[in-house]
Design a protein. Structure first.
Ligand code: B12
Length: 343
């Protein structure tokens, strides 16, 4: 991540802000943001050019194993405080209809849609922010009780796309137009197009789309005819069995894993599960890149934590053997193995 270049003041503020996050100094962080507002920088820019890129940098530092999970949590808490302070400073009054902003079921990345919610508020919308992991049924009953102009749904992890689709469909049945966003839909929104839903790359585009109801409602149909082969559904049913057998296989073939501490064992089980979940999501949208981008990311994350790439290759080979009767899954696993081999 590089510092924002829009204005010398902002670039300097960005490095001060990162220092505050690193030192977990929330008072100084709020001061950095409010000083920019005092200097006349619009609240929207403070949110999108200071807080958002700083959070991406937090993620990069965690990925490189330079920051612990605790440091990431502390930094995110501070950014949440800063967003609240910027929102209070700007104090917009609603002049337009209600927009409901929520995270998909199982999605805990609430800060990105919170930024979107605040930008919508700054542009006059009356925003109800429902936060992290909202169950579909509860969202729908909320929409029935409150007259919403639109609903904005966030997904940061591609593995949540099948849930995202169910949630989008549930909102549609309530006749409320949906806009989605977040890293989970792919950098260019290609998986949103597969699901047949309007997508916005960032908060300002989301605000433009919400204001344009005709475009918001004019979405092409979902392209999911490949689901007829049932590979996705049967993989989801076999998740537990696959993870158990992959762990047994790893213990046999990679003796170092036998001496793992309980914490290492826990994160190994999580990773084995993520591989199945990303594979399932790639089957759902039928896109190899969803799986290969994930494998590339996982190899980096594990390498930075001392786990060599071939360990990922072993598990992909194990899953390929177990799923040899599923042609699409076999194709994806093969593509994943090529990514590992090229590292
Ligand atoms: C903070 C954080 C968390 C916090 C979230 C707390 C919170 N209150 O949000 C916690 C600790 C919960 C968390 C958990 C996890 N996280 Co996390 N997390 C992050 C981090 C560091 C910052 C998120 C953030 O605030 N980003 C800033 C915003 C601005 O990001 P943005 O996507 O660019 O947002 C813009 C657009 O995408 C768009 N947009 C975003 N949302 C929406 C929504 C709508 C409706 C619209 C229209 C537009 C839109 O507009 C935004 C502004 O213009 C990211 C790193 C990153 N690069 O984002 C990792 C990251 C997203 N996490 C990651 C991972 C792996 C996880 C975990 C799986 C880790 C684990 N092993 O447990 C879990 C999964 C939890 C779950 N099931 O949801 C990975 C995902 C990688 C991948 N392959 O998909 C990332 C990228 C870290 C990394 N560098 O590897 N995480």
């Amino acid at each position: 991540m590089t510092a924002p270049t829009t204005g010398v003041g902002l670039a300097a503020a960005w490095s001060r802000y990162l220092h505050c996050l690193a030192e977990a100094d929330e008072y100084a962080a709020v001061e950095v943001a409010t000083r920019l507002l005092d200097d006349g920088l619009p609240a929207e820019r403070v949110l999108l050019d200071l807080v958002a890129p700083a959070q991406a940098e937090v993620g990069d530092r965690w990925a490189r194993n330079e920051w612990s999970v605790a440091q990431e949590h502390a930094a995110t808490h501070i950014s949440e405080r800063v967003v609240a302070a910027v929102a209070a400073y700007a104090g917009p009054r609603p002049t337009r209809g209600r927009v409901v902003v929520a995270c998909m079921d199982g999605e805990w990345h609430a800060l990105p849609p919170r930024l979107v919610a605040e930008v919508l508020r700054l542009r006059g919308w009356q925003v109800t922010f429902l936060g992290a992991s909202v169950p579909a049924a509860h969202l729908v009953s909320y929409l029935h009780r409150h007259d919403a102009h639109a609903v904005a749904l966030a997904c940061a992890l591609p593995m949540r796309l099948p849930h995202a689709h169910r949630m989008i469909e549930a909102c549609r049945r309530s006749d409320v137009p949906v806009v989605v966003g977040g890293r989970g839909f792919g950098a260019d929104g290609r998986w949103a197009r597969r699901l047949g839903v309007a997508w916005a790359p960032d908060a300002p585009s989301a605000a433009d789309l919400v204001a344009d109801e005709r475009t918001l409602r004019r979405t092409p149909p979902a392209e999911l005819s490949h689901l007829a082969d049932d590979e996705y559904a049967s993989l989801v049913k076999r998740r537990g069995e696959l993870v158990d057998s992959a762990l047994a296989d790893l213990r046999e073939r990679a003796p170092a894993t036998r001496d793992y501490t309980p914490a290492q064992l826990d994160s190994t089980v999580s990773d084995l599960g993520y591989i199945v979940d990303f594979l399932a999501a790639a089957l759902y949208v039928d896109d190899d890149t969803l799986f290969t981008e994930f494998v590339d990311w996982l190899v980096d994350i594990l390498a930075n934590r001392g786990v060599p790439a071939p360990a990922v290759g072993l598990t992909l080979t194990h899953y390929a053997e177990a799923l040899r009767d599923s042609p699409r899954a076999a194709r994806l696993l093969d593509a994943g193995r090529k990514v590992v081999a090229a590292r």
